[in-house]
Design a protein around this ligand. Structure first.
Ligand code: SF4
Length: 222
């Protein structure tokens, strides 16, 4: 049995795996330190996790016929060497598999892509801002390698960008989508980041600018 370290479990979601009812397994640990991390409790990579993997499998066994799939999210799922085994075990129960990843380990991503039905790949920003956003040197180069793997794999996917104009400006965001399109990306989502006192509202007209610039990219905009 895989020894995946689990920080938490959402028993039912209809939004994290497009078109499927799924459970979400939150994997413990991430080597990056994004300022806006949505799950800081999942960052520390050490320790056994909050939920034994065997308990997650027992839960899933009781949901056969009720759920379509399982989402491996985090944290960063590809951090853990036992992810492929965990995915095999989930598939053996009859579930489809989705992966949410920031793409920091292209070699490990390549190893699990054959086990995955859908990938949500975070694209955190233009190359020149990547290391500042992740607080990790060399991060952007690795993500572009992962991006190319996902596009070439034929696996369904969505690239997602959490955007805050304090991180990079609107023109850079538009250009980022152009860079992704040049890499073959055809599915992209914008996730504006809000803060207390500053709601996450996309700028007026950005949908029109994006659609006009890249009509061949399907965009999910808020
Ligand atoms: S990659 Fe994701 S989990 Fe890791 S620090 Fe950044 S936002 Fe948090």
């Amino acid at each position: 049995m895989a020894g995946l370290r689990i920080g938490g479990l959402t028993p039912l979601t209809s939004i994290d795996f497009p078109g499927r009812l799924a459970a979400v397994v939150f994997c413990q640990g991430c080597p990056w330190r994004c300022s806006y991390c949505h799950n800081p409790d999942l960052i520390p990579p050490r320790g056994p996790g909050n939920l034994p993997w065997g308990q997650v499998l027992d839960f899933l066994a009781g949901r056969r016929g009720l759920l379509d799939g399982v989402v491996f999210s985090g944290g960063e799922p590809t951090l853990q060497a036992s992810l492929p085994d965990a995915m095999h075990e989930v598939r053996a129960l009859g579930f489809q598999v989705a992966l949410h990843t920031a793409g920091m380990y292209p070699e490990r991503l390549a190893a699990v892509l054959p086990l995955v039905d859908w990938v949500g790949l975070d694209i955190k920003g233009p190359a020149r801002h990547y290391d500042a956003i992740t607080r990790t040197p060399g991060s952007g180069t690795r993500v572009m390698a992962s991006l190319d793997l996902v596009v070439a794999s034929g696996v369904d996917y969505e690239c997602r960008t959490t955007w805050d104009p304090e991180l990079f400006c609107e023109d850079e965001l538009i250009n980022l989508v152009g860079t992704l399109a040049a890499h073959g990306v055809r599915h992209w989502a914008l996730q504006p980041r809000g803060t207390a006192g500053r709601p996450s509202v996309p700028p007026e007209g950005i949908a029109h600018r994006l659609a006009a610039a890249y009509p061949h990219v399907f965009m999910r905009l808020p």
